[in-house]
Design a protein around this ligand. Structure first.
Ligand SMILES: Cc1ncc(COP(=O)(O)O)c(C=O)c1O
Length: 498
């Protein structure tokens, strides 16, 4: 049916949707092919302040482009200045090179726009979400997690906040059964603390800030040489909190910490938390996907002891962003994060009734149909396929680390436990500041040249170059080229400084 208003008719023109849609798929297919083969640069670096001027056009009052113009803009400007996420030299951030079929599912999510706040606003989307949540819980542990549940959120940061809100509610009401921190606020409580690895993602301290605890309420627990939370330091911090009459709302361990990918000793930390009745939260945003691999899942042994787990789909499950899961061993806990009186959405406090109204348990009211793409990936490729991606990524990290160890002018930070490899270039530096600056200069040179995309991280005052090996198309030759490129960049920045 055609709308009588011509401009609205054009907006909802289904023929145009089909025609432009096919053309966009063709453009994206060519882009993907060029990326995968490494034919293009990984990044066409542009100075942001200059680039910004190109995006300062007046607000259009009428049409300025037709669909062909949109395609041209996409082909000539937008895609060429995107980070080529499927490029074999893309080894920077922990962002998936998404499965193309999952990306197609995101188009379905966009067009059908299932708001998902309540069941009736997205019936199939709700069921898809419940299905993938069940699968993820089963991957943690079929037995210990048989009463588990959770929800999908737009990102791991929000998932961590949700888990910590639950931990705060449960842990404070354990100490003072009549208290309700959600309703009464934090002022009526004893000081609240979170014990977290010093390598915890910033979203943990941000959650503390949001919850009104203050970011100083996060006590940073030291890690060992391998970047893993030191149990002795955890015990000491716990004792200090008890002496100070403080309530610990959660112990946060990493299953793949952001700087180095190290996995905390989940079994030991979990046992300690259980025997001291502490909420055990595992931030597995990055590394929980090791559960998909028969070879690597043993590295996460002890994760089943967690009260809550965060797991990102848009990292090692190769999903387009955003899709994260916040999972609770006891599904009832997932109702403890939020409580609201909104008769236009929710009709009661009965969890049975509200189980299908997902926004009862999330910060988001409207959210995207996130589960379709993950359901499709599991259904199309199975755990075998998803696990193969993990095996590839972790194997490549080991190959790179082995290569670095053999080079006298490179230093490897540690053997990788997952797929993150940190290293630095070595030469005679007069002081640490110069050594650090040299690594930053190398990285900047490499990124701006478009040769590779890598990141950097500061640990205990030392700057390291950081790579995240998660692109299935990165070959051993690419890894050799990376090290040659670091070497080259080092010479280049030194000669520029002279
Ligand atoms: C361990 C860890 N937790 C949480 C996050 C935040 O996840 P997101 O970027 O999906 O919000 C990250 C992001 O890199 C992470 O590495």
């Amino acid at each position: 049916m055609k709308h009588p208003n011509p401009i609205i008719a054009e907006m909802f023109n289904t023929e145009q949707f089909a025609q432009t849609g096919h053309q966009i798929i063709d453009v994206l297919t060519a882009h993907l092919d060029a990326n995968i083969t490494g034919a293009s640069k990984v990044l066409n670096w542009k100075i942001p302040s200059i680039e910004d001027n190109n995006w300062n056009a007046p607000l259009p009052h009428a049409s300025t482009i037709n669909p062909q113009g949109l395609l041209d803009k996409l082909t000539l400007e937008i895609l060429p200045t995107s980070l080529a996420i499927h490029h074999p030299h893309n080894m920077g951030h922990q962002v998936a090179s998404p499965l193309p079929m999952a990306a197609l599912c995101d188009l379905v999510a966009a067009l059908t726009n299932q708001a998902m706040a309540v069941y009736e606003a997205g019936p199939s989307a709700t069921m898809l979400e419940r299905q993938v949540i069940r699968w993820l819980c089963a991957l943690i542990d079929q037995d210990a997690w048989h009463n588990a549940g959770g929800v999908l959120t737009s990102g791991g940061a929000q998932a961590n906040l949700t888990a910590l809100l639950v931990a705060r509610q449960v842990s404070t009401s354990k100490v003072e059964p009549t208290s309700n921190i959600w309703k009464d606020g934090v002022s009526k409580q004893k000081p609240l603390k979170i014990l977290a690895s010093e390598h915890a993602h910033y979203s943990v301290s941000r959650a503390a800030g949001i919850m009104g605890l203050g970011t100083d309420s996060v006590i940073k627990i030291a890690t060992d040489q391998s970047g893993r939370l030191a149990l002795g330091a955890l015990k000491t911090a716990h004792q200090t909190c008890l002496q100070n009459n403080e309530i610990i709302i959660a112990v946060v361990a990493n299953a793949g910490c952001t700087p180095t990918g190290s996995i905390d000793p989940l079994q030991a930390v979990g046992d300690y938390c259980q025997s001291h009745h502490l909420w055990f939260h595992v931030d597995g945003a990055h590394g929980a996907s090791a559960l998909l691999s028969g070879k690597h899942r043993k590295n996460l042994s002890g994760i089943e002891l967690a009260d809550s787990v965060v797991w990102d789909g848009h990292k090692l499950m190769y999903m387009p962003a955003a899709i994260s899961a916040v999972l609770f061993k006891n599904e009832q806990h997932s109702y403890a994060a939020f409580s609201q009186d909104a008769s236009y959405l929710f009709q009661g406090d009965n969890h049975e009734d509200e189980a299908f109204n997902l926004s009862y348990r999330t910060l988001e009211c409207t959210k995207r149909m996130m589960a379709l793409k993950l359901w499709a990936a599991f259904s199309l490729y199975g755990i075998n396929g998803m696990g193969a991606l993990i095996n590839e990524a972790f194997a490549k990290a080991k190959i790179l680390a082995d290569k670095i160890e053999k080079k006298s002018d490179f230093e490897l930070l540690m053997k990788p436990e997952t797929n993150i490899v940190c290293f630095r270039y070595l030469k005679q530096y007069s002081n640490q500041a110069k050594a650090n600056k040299h690594q930053s200069d190398i990285r900047r040179h490499i990124i701006e040249s478009g040769a590779f995309h890598i990141t950097q991280v500061d640990l205990h005052g030392i700057t390291w170059l950081r790579t995240t090996l998660m692109n299935p198309f990165t070959t051993e030759k690419d890894l050799d080229e990376l090290l040659a490129s670091v070497d080259f960049a080092s010479q280049a920045v030194l000669s520029m400084a002279e």
